[in-house]
Structure formats: structure tokens, C-alpha cells
Design a protein around this ligand. Structure first.
Ligand SMILES: [Zn+2]
Length: 174
């Protein structure tokens, strides 16, 4: 794990910096939200789900690495669900607010993914490429429009380890 440690930085972003228009136009937090609130809500959610942040990030691993090959593709998640993945790439790259160096092949700040489960309609689920890094290094699932709750990732790609936990966790407010 020496590679991962070398990615760590000691910089700590302020709540103000994480709001819109600072380091990200959309912002990592909503107005009035604090980083502490978001982290605590999601720590509680993870405990109830029986997952660690790393395990949730690992659910995103195969798909974010697939994206590095470019283009849209079909993806079968570890739980067997099948998705159409549309990839949008950007010229600029969203940097980690903690100012770490991020390996783009693992978690790219220059792309967004849109998932539609095959055979099901509805709005695609949007997951930014940087989310895998934010989750595994910072336990941060974001608070603003780019937020993807831990229970959403587990439901999409993983399995419910504790029966009934997904429904319970969805009720925890942020
Ligand atoms: Zn980081």
C-alpha cells in the first residue's frame, strides 16, 4: 500500500472551499452543509450497511478502470446487474479538494459516468470519476449535485450484507 500512502496529502479543505464556485463550479457541499455532517451521516450509513468505505470504493473499481479504455460500454457489476455506461469526458480535470495526486486510470477527475440498468428505464445515475478516490481516501461521498450515497453504490453494484439495511439507511437524512 505504499503507492496509496504516497498519494496522501495533509491539506484539509475548509467547508467554504467545498461549496460551489470555489474549486468546483457545482461544489462538493450544498450551502449550509458542513463536511463533518456529510462524513458523519455516511459513516453511520456504512456501519449500518456493514461496509467499509474501501469496500464501497472497490465496487467502483472495475468500472472506473473500464472507463480508462475510453468510450461508452456495457458493464456487468459484481452483483450481476447489467448497465449501459455512458462516459462524458472533460478537457479540464476536477482536482481532489485535499490536493492529493490522483491516478486518473483509477479515478479520473476528467470524466463523469452515467449508468442505466439494462431493461429498466428511468434517469441514469450519475457518478463522477473522482468519486472512487474521494470515497477510498477520504470517506467522502459528496454533498452537492455530484453526491452518490453509499447505499446507492451498494444497491447498484454490490450485495446487501445485512438484510433490510438498504431500506433503513435510505431513511437517514443528510
Ligand atoms: Zn484526495
Amino acid at each position: 500500500m505504499t503507492f496509496e500512502q504516497s498519494e496522501q496529502s495533509s491539506y484539509q479543505p475548509s467547508d467554504q472551499e467545498l461549496r460551489s464556485g470555489k474549486i468546483s463550479m457545482a461544489g462538493f457541499l450544498k450551502e449550509g452543509q458542513t463536511l463533518k455532517q456529510v462524513l458523519e451521516r455516511d459513516e453511520q450509513a456504512l456501519r449500518m450497511l456493514g461496509y467499509t468505505a474501501q469496500e464501497v470504493a472497490d465496487l467502483l473499481g472495475p468500472v472506473t478502470e473500464g472507463v480508462a479504455n475510453g468510450g461508452n460500454f456495457e458493464y456487468t457489476a459484481p452483483n450481476g446487474k447489467q448497465y449501459e455506461v455512458r462516459v462524458q469526458t472533460w478537457l479540464g480535470s476536477q482536482r481532489c479538494p485535499w490536493r492529493d495526486k490522483v491516478d486518473w486510470r483509477r479515478s479520473s477527475g476528467a470524466m463523469d459516468m452515467y449508468f442505466t440498468e439494462k431493461g429498466k428505464g428511468g434517469e441514469p445515475v450519475h457518478i463522477a470519476g473522482l468519486v472512487r478516490h474521494l470515497v477510498e481516501k477520504h470517506g467522502f461521498f459528496e454533498g452537492s449535485s455530484y453526491r452518490v450515497a453509499p447505499e446507492t453504490i451498494v444497491e447498484m453494484f454490490g450485495i446487501e450484507k445485512i438484510p433490510g439495511s438498504l431500506e433503513k439507511v435510505k431513511k437517514i437524512k443528510l
